[in-house]
Write a protein that binds this ligand. Structure first.
Ligand SMILES: C[S@@+](CC[C@H](N)C(=O)[O-])C[C@H]1O[C@@H](n2cnc3c(N)ncnc32)[C@H](O)[C@@H]1O
Length: 374
């Protein structure tokens, strides 16, 4: 067993409070680019960004074609470098609970809708650092896009990681039975990731898929869902959280108990922003000019097989407080607690700026007594 705490993860993955891309990953992104024209790549990035924005308010799956080299170039420079922090954020969240602080010496991970491998590279990179390098991680990835998987293989190799640690499957997630048959071979999985993938699936497929995952999830394992902040996803997250117990799963984060605050009905209002430091990636030997200042903005849902919750840790500290995630910010603050949203006040002049998705402990008078930034 290796012992991991949130401080272990932060020490490895953050610099000046921001997540960052290690040099080995930066050079592997550069080394796998198919195009050497920065203008074309940034134009493609803008097209992708506009497409993702267009889907923010639409209530249907995002349809994006990742097959073209130019699309893969733009995605790996601008999105992979951001999303590779997903495993670090997830492990930091999990290790807040003592149950997840003792990590097995060897475990399997499944990454569904893996694409160019942001989660895979993030994990390989994280577990190449001491003290985590003692842990043997075997990763299984699945995606329907052969071109994205090829780029992933190139990135793993160029970054100098052991490709034998990663198995790749090309399959359509809509064919859930075939996918389950394929990935069962390397099960049970300690961690199963669905990152920026459910956003491209119908709600029916997504709910059925997540409902089948306990079949291949280790008894001490967790499912990590990190998806774009769009209404389509907020609605899905609420459904998945509500259905969890019916599938033998428990919501670890963000809900403190099953259910959502009534005023907002069908959506989950908890999403999070994390800052990351965009690496100075070079195209054709020149650092790219267009440096996006975007943050990592995602809606998270962490589900576990054991009945453990991030709030166990906080309640142990102060059982007299009402603990919940911040679901509303400025000008009126609110936190989810049980089946309701409770509004709380803060003093603008003296309090820190509370962030959505972070955890707050309120007194019975609804005063903020504790705040934990997530
Ligand atoms: C936005 S990318 C996310 C890739 C990676 N997880 C990340 O966070 O960067 C979405 C991925 O989901 C894959 N995908 C979409 N629909 C799929 C389906 N029906 N079956 C398998 N993969 C699918 C796409 O091919 C693409 O690689």
């Amino acid at each position: 067993m290796a012992r991991i705490t949130p401080a272990t993860i932060e020490k490895i993955c953050t610099r000046n409070g921001q997540f960052y891309v290690p040099d080995g990953i930066k050079t592997s992104i550069e080394g796998c680019l198919a195009n050497d024209n920065e203008e074309l790549i940034t134009e493609e990035y803008r097209r992708l960004m506009d497409k993702f924005k267009e889907y923010r308010l639409l209530t249907r799956p995002a349809l994006i074609d990742y097959k073209k080299d130019l699309t893969l170039d733009a995605y790996t420079i601008y999105y992979l470098s951001r999303y590779m922090s997903i495993p670090s954020v997830a492990l930091r969240d999990l290790t807040i609970h003592p149950f997840f602080q003792n990590v097995p010496d060897s475990f399997n991970v499944l990454d569904l809708g893996s694409g160019t491998g942001a989660v895979v590279l993030g994990l390989l990179s994280l577990f190449s650092n001491s003290p985590l390098s003692r842990v043997a991680v075997n990763i299984t990835t699945l995606d329907c896009c052969a071109e994205a998987l090829d780029r992933q293989k190139c990135l793993i190799k160029k970054a100098g990681f052991n490709s034998e640690q990663v198995h790749h499957y090309e399959e359509d997630l809509c064919d859930i039975n075939s996918c389950m048959k394929l990935v069962t071979k390397e099960s049970p999985y300690y961690l199963i990731f669905l990152a920026n993938c459910l956003t491209e699936l119908g709600h029916d497929v997504a709910t059925e898929l997540v409902g089948r995952l306990p079949e291949i999830l280790a008894k001490n394992g967790a499912i990590i869902i990190a998806e774009p902040q769009r209404n389509y996803i907020k609605e899905l997250i609420r459904t998945l959280a509500t259905n969890a117990e019916g599938h033998g799963l428990y919501v670890y984060y963000p809900c403190p108990s099953i259910g959502c605050p009534p005023p907002y009905g069908s959506w989950c209002w908890v999403w999070r922003y994390h800052e990351y430091d965009f690496p100075p990636i070079k195209v054709n030997g020149q650092p790219i000019q267009k440096e996006p200042r975007d943050e990592l903005v995602l809606s998270w849902l962490i589900l576990t097989r054991q009945n453990v919750s991030i709030y166990d840790t906080f309640a142990k500290k102060r059982s007299d407080l009402l603990w919940g995630p911040i679901s509303r910010v400025r000008p009126h603050f609110g936190a989810c607690y049980g089946n309701r949203e409770i509004s709380f006040e803060r003093d603008y002049d003296v309090s820190p700026s509370y962030k959505r998705g972070s955890i707050v402990g309120l007194s019975s008078e609804l005063e903020v007594k504790e705040y934990y930034e997530m």
